[in-house]
Design a protein around this ligand. Structure first.
Ligand SMILES: NC(=O)c1ccc[n+]([C@@H]2O[C@H](COP(=O)([O-])OP(=O)(O)OC[C@H]3O[C@@H](n4cnc5c(N)ncnc54)[C@H](OP(=O)(O)O)[C@@H]3O)[C@@H](O)[C@H]2O)c1
Length: 284
């Protein structure tokens, strides 16, 4: 398994298993993913879309089976602000102040995941105004200081200027960004370049879902045929050349294997450049 080491010194595997929308199937799928070879798991303290408690059960079962040790896993969860929660299942009291909400959410995550420390805590979405975002960030920094969290990051923020402002103001810098990888954001090209320069690891979701036009493109199809791999594997291999760590929430054992094996797929420079050109903005 390939790793990138974040600025916080945390080892992040090249592909992350995502646990959204799996409902009651979450625990067995997490156990299967770890048994298949995934060493990074992404979830959120957001019962509307994630069964974080069952992620914890799935991890515990994999550890109990001897498939993995806790220290071999990268476990990432998120603080989801009240605006992203369903009020009937919100896991903390939204009447509390923001620092207390972050602290309470982290306590629920630690309990759900059955762990003592979270490897990566991601702010699920930015808050407005910026002062609220910074208040939450300070609370996440405090969780690092207190030893509950090893690194912090941010998701669903596409505005480079806001990232740069947060980076400047942060005492503990973001170690990861997790964004939707799609044409509407211009594939975050400027943001990804900046993130690479300052050492932030970019994680992508919707990498396959949002990009059928890339997976079906002759460049990707041709590379897949000549390498004897699938288009999804070629695209994941391409993402790795760009320093992007994709998430996969596959429910298929075959796709779990494919996603893991994409690490062994090497693309030639011409193919990398041709796929990169597909992400470039089209001239009007
Ligand atoms: N931060 C956020 O706001 C946010 C938002 C959305 C998602 N996420 C995270 O990202 C994770 C992934 O979500 P996603 O939206 O990227 O989609 P996804 O759940 O990974 O689904 C992508 C689709 O790709 C298919 N797939 C996966 N591997 C494949 C392969 N090797 N070949 C062909 N098809 C393949 C899956 O089908 P099969 O099941 O049939 O393989 C599925 O239909 C989530 O579970 C969650 O952890 C975060």
């Amino acid at each position: 398994m390939d790793f990138v080491t974040t600025t916080a010194g945390v080892r992040l595997p090249h592909v992350i298993y995502g646990t959204a929308w799996k409902k009651e199937a979450t625990a067995p799928l997490v156990t299967q993913a770890i048994t298949a070879g995934f060493r990074a798991i992404d979830t959120a303290c957001q019962p509307r879309h994630y069964r974080e408690d069952l992620v914890g059960e799935g991890i515990a079962a994999a550890i109990a089976s001897g498939a993995v040790r806790r220290d071999e896993l990268f476990i990432q969860t998120k603080f989801t602000p009240a605006a992203g929660q369903d009020m009937s299942s919100i896991p903390y009291d939204p009447a509390m102040g923001l620092p207390e909400q972050v602290k309470a959410s982290c306590a629920v995550s630690l309990q759900n995941l059955q762990i003592d420390v979270i490897d990566s805590l991601v702010l699920h979405s930015p808050l407005f105004p910026y002062a609220d975002l910074l208040t939450v960030w300070r609370s996440m920094e405090a969780l690092v200081d207190e030893g509950y969290v090893r690194q912090i990051g941010i998701s669903n923020l596409y505005d480079l200027a806001w990232h740069q402002k947060l980076y400047a103001d942060a005492r503990i810098k973001p170690a990861v960004i997790q964004n939707r990888f799609y044409a509407d954001s211009g594939y975050d090209i400027d943001l990804r370049h900046w993130a690479k320069d300052v050492g932030i690891v970019y994680q992508s979701f919707w990498s396959l879902t949002a990009n059928p036009h890339i997976l079906e493109h002759p460049v990707v199809q041709g590379a897949a045929i000549s390498l004897g791999k699938t288009p999804a594997q070629v695209f994941f291999a391409f993402l790795r050349t760009q320093g992007v760590v994709p998430l996969s929430g596959t429910t298929s054992q075959e796709h779990m294997r494919d996603d893991l094996e994409s690490a062994a797929v090497t693309l030639d420079a011409a193919t990398v450049n041709a796929i990169a050109a597909l992400l470039a903005p089209t001239k009007q």
